[in-house]
Write a protein that binds this ligand. Structure first.
Ligand code: GDP
Length: 296
């Protein structure tokens, strides 16, 4: 995870760390290297620019350059700005609403949406002791509905019985009713994915949103798709107003561009990251821990 970036930034900052004296030119040179490393990690250009400008501005201040360990101070500034870019505080899924709390899962096909729905449900049930009901709204892909049912059995979370011929909206209504009647705390609605963002997909999700009135709308995006994941998040946010992002396949993402750009570009927090195919391979996205990991 972030291996390449860790190597590159680690190398640049190690050189700085050891320096007893720094000039403005030294900081400028280091920032050019940081900029190259971030661009190679596929971080969005605007985000890279903003980041290096802020670090440079803070780092060339007299109290930094004239301090006893200026290199160390610059490294700390880089760390702080990384944390700020990643979103400052860890944000968790909110369940502060009347039960059953509806959570809408949206995203492109193949992003890991169904897997992530089951992972989150399992976590809420095991850790938070919530009674969770999951429902698949993917009416065009019976295999996706069955996949959710299989995962539900695997993790011990209830799924709404599949009724052929119902629309996504009808299933959402049935799920909310079953949630109320069954005394569930949370109802997770796994919407249909598509291969690209299209209007029919957004219209259907918007209609489901209207009837289910979700407390959270979580966009699942594949970290391996880099800036495409960020643009997908923007599109979904524009159409539906997402409340948080779950970035999947972070385990295979050596670059980290999506993770680093997501918050700054979309303004929405990454709440969780998927770090493997197993049902417990889900972690909180903690900006300071991630920044620490990137800087080694
Ligand atoms: P959907 O079409 O968006 O519902 O995608 P699926 O949930 O079916 O996931 C597609 C594939 O990605 C499956 O093989 C999952 O096991 C895999 N997957 C999902 N999340 C992760 C993750 O965080 N890491 C890894 N390595 N694989 C994942």
């Amino acid at each position: 995870m972030f291996d390449n970036l860790q190597d590159r930034l680690g190398g640049i900052l190690d050189k700085l760390r050891g320096r007893g004296a720094l000039s403005e030119a030294d900081v400028g040179e280091a920032m050019r290297e940081v900029r190259r490393a971030l661009l190679e990690a596929d971080v969005a250009l605007d985000v890279v620019r903003g980041f290096t400008d802020r670090v440079r501005e803070r780092a060339v201040g007299a109290e930094v350059l004239k301090s006893v360990k200026p290199g160390q101070m610059v490294v700390k500034i880089v760390h702080d700005e990384l944390v700020a870019t990643l979103g400052s505080d860890a944000q968790s899924i909110s369940l502060a609403a009347a039960a059953p709390v509806p959570i809408l899962m949206v995203g492109l096909q193949g992003s890991g949406k169904t897997t992530t729905t089951a992972k989150i449900a399992k976590r809420m049930q095991d850790r938070d002791k919530r009674k969770v009901l999951m429902a698949s709204l993917d009416t065009r892909r019976p295999a996706a509905m069955e996949q959710l049912a299989i995962l539900g059995t695997q993790v011990g979370v209830a799924t709404l019985p599949i009724v052929a011929g119902q629309s996504a909206v009808q299933i959402a209504q049935r799920a909310m009713q079953a949630g109320r009647l069954g005394g569930y705390d949370v109802v997770m609605l796994d919407t249909a994915g598509r291969t690209t963002v299209d209007e029919a997909l957004m219209a259907e999700a918007a209609e489901v949103k209207r009837v289910a009135n979700p407390h959270e709308i979580l966009l699942v995006a594949d970290a391996l798709t880099g800036q495409d994941a960020v643009q997908t998040a923007r599109a979904f946010d524009g159409a539906l107003g997402v409340t948080g992002i779950v970035l999947t396949r972070v385990d295979g993402d050596g670059r980290g561009g999506a993770a680093l750009s997501m918050r700054a570009v979309t303004g929405k927090p990454i709440k969780l990251i998927g770090v493997g195919e197993k049902m417990d391979a889900l972690e909180e996205f903690d900006p300071s821990r991630i920044a620490g990991r990137i800087l080694g």
